[in-house]
Design a protein around this ligand. Structure first.
Ligand code: NDP
Length: 497
């Protein structure tokens, strides 16, 4: 750590210089049983800082703090005041943007420049967008059949929400979850991924500084057991989860048994299509970013590329050339384009897919299988597979690493069938100069999001989410607020005139 801290800014250096605690009721406290877990710098594989690890008792404490907030100061704040707090939080994150970019790079291995241009601004925009909503959440009056009767609706917060997030965009995911829930007036217990709790804990410090009443936001670093305890807790009314389809299924079953509200943003194996009339250089550049951004650790990674046979060679050559030039390196180095994978576990998982793809008969047109054991950071160079058949695991399963499979096609019906041949349905896209073909494909491909001549576009106002095994419900926009609100119908008889 000593060598490392000398290269960090004073703020980040101070943050990682002492153990970090759970955040419950606006206080930072150790776990009830004293448990801690080490965080690791994925760029070096070295120990970073110990973080308290929440168990069931802590889950109880955090849910109780959130309930008390709802029944107390937080629950009685006027809507406009909630908006003001969210706006202040946005300003504070902006004031500390550089620090967040650096801390995220250190803890998750995301390149610091990507954090500066994507993750941190996106988190700020999220808090800012939802800061405008609380004062606009209106119920309605209903023109009912009964005479002398007033019927109206109130929009009320669902209650205490468990929010469980993954490690691939830690700060951004925290913002995506917290902002709509707080705008709706819910109180939250957020569980960051065990590998990447640091930016959520730094955000918690700013929650206090912004002036949020105690208990509105609680942050419980922990593992899958902490998440499961939260999901099962009787005091939790709604679960919002982003992560693997496998865990999403478990959560849906448990939440279903308890009749809790649930939204799930899950995995994908998103098809990206290049038609014969595409602007090929733009399609190559966009498809490259679409899969290799964040080293492929993105739910909307365009991991299956279908290219019309007429431009297949040109596209493949362009992609292979780009991968050769890719700057893979430590997240804090400003020239790095692809950082390390988040953990040794993810390194082994991705490596396993590479070995499996080769064994299944696919050709590795770019990249290499990394060493069996990582030596100094969890680096995997971008890989492109060709000669892939639709039944291969590399073609069907979410790899969550820098791995692209490229397949030629001859006609539109064929590529629609290939694109839809997946249990997932998160994102899809097409590169073409024909508006008609683009919009027809947008209709025919089953996905929650469809990109035309772009990839992974997003905005806090635009719904984000998937169909089929990619999830239930939508993040962002007005749609996500509904997930945190209950509609109460109020009937009032006027009495006899
Ligand atoms: P998980 O789905 O296991 O983790 C996501 C979050 O859920 C983490 O906070 C995790 O805690 C928590 N969690 C794990 N088990 C439970 C449970 N039973 N109940 C409640 N919460 C739980 O993803 P992994 O980190 O294991 O990654 C494995 C694969 O999942 C990736 O390779 C990728 O394919 C996919 N994934 C997809 C993401 C997406 O955005 N669609 C994001 C992350 C992963 P903990 O951190 O302790 O595991």
């Amino acid at each position: 750590m000593d060598q490392l801290t000398s290269t960090l800014s004073p703020a980040v250096s101070a943050f990682v210089s002492r153990p970090r605690h759970l955040f419950i009721g606006n206080r930072f406290v150790p776990a009830a049983d004293g448990a801690v877990r080490a965080t690791v710098d994925p760029s070096t594989g070295r120990h970073l800082v110990d973080v308290a690890h929440a168990g069931e008792v802590d889950v109880d404490r955090a849910v109780a703090a959130a309930r008390a907030a709802l029944d107390g100061e937080w629950g009685s704040l006027p809507a406009a005041a909630r908006g003001l707090l969210l706006a202040r939080l946005a300003d504070l994150v902006e004031a500390h943007a550089g620090e967040f970019a650096e801390l995220e790079a250190l803890n998750s291995g995301k390149p610091v420049t990507a954090n500066e241009y994507v993750d941190v601004p996106a988190a700020i925009e999220h808090f800012r967008y939802y800061s405008g909503w609380p004062s606009k959440l209106e119920g309605g009056t209903i023109p009912v059949i009964a005479p002398d009767t007033l019927c109206y609706t109130r929009l009320e917060p669902v209650g205490v929400c468990a929010q469980i997030i993954p490690w691939n965009f830690p700060l951004m995911m925290a913002a995506w979850k917290l902002a709509p829930a707080l705008a709706a007036g819910c109180a939250v217990v957020l569980k960051p991924a065990e590998q990447t709790p640091l930016t959520a804990l730094r955000l918690a410090e700013l929650v206090v500084e912004a002036g949020f009443p105690a208990g509105a936001v609680n942050v419980l670093p922990g593992d899958g057991r902490t998440g499961a305890a939260l999901v099962a807790h009787p005091g939790v009314a709604k679960v919002a989860f982003t992560g693997s389809t496998e865990v999403g299924r478990e959560i849906a079953v448990r939440a279903g048994a308890d009749l809790k509200r649930v939204t799930l943003e899950l995995g994908g194996k998103s098809p990206n299509i290049i038609l014969d009339d595409a602007d090929v250089p733009a399609a190559v550049a966009g498809s490259y970013e679409g899969i290799f951004f964040n080293s492929g650790q993105s739910c909307v990674a365009g991991s299956r590329l279908y290219v019309h046979r007429s431009c297949y060679d040109q596209v493949l050559d362009g992609l292979v050339a780009a991968t050769r030039e890719a700057a893979v390196g430590p997240a804090l180095e400003r020239g790095t384009q692809l950082g390390p994978l988040v953990s040794a576990a993810q390194y082994h998982r991705v490596r396993g897919y590479l070995v499996d793809g080769l064994a299944a008969g696919a050709t590795m047109a770019a990249g290499e299988v990394p060493p069996v054991e990582p030596s100094d950071g969890y680096y995997v160079r971008p890989v492109i597979f060709t000669d892939v058949t639709p039944d291969m695991r590399i073609s069907r399963e979410e790899i969550f690493g820098p791995v692209l499979v490229v397949t030629p096609f001859d006609d539109i019906d064929e590529v629609v069938t290939l694109a839809n041949d997946t249990p997932y349905g998160l994102a899809a896209g097409v590169w073409t100069r024909s508006l008609g073909r683009a919009h027809r494909l947008a209709e025919r491909i089953r996905a929650g999001m469809f990109y035309i001549n772009t990839w992974a576009a997003g905005d806090p106002a635009a719904p984000w989410g998937g169909v089929k095994a990619s999830g239930i419900g939508r993040e962002m926009g007005r749609a996500n607020l509904d997930a945190y609100l209950e509609v109460k119908t109020v009937w009032a008889g006027y009495g006899r005139p």
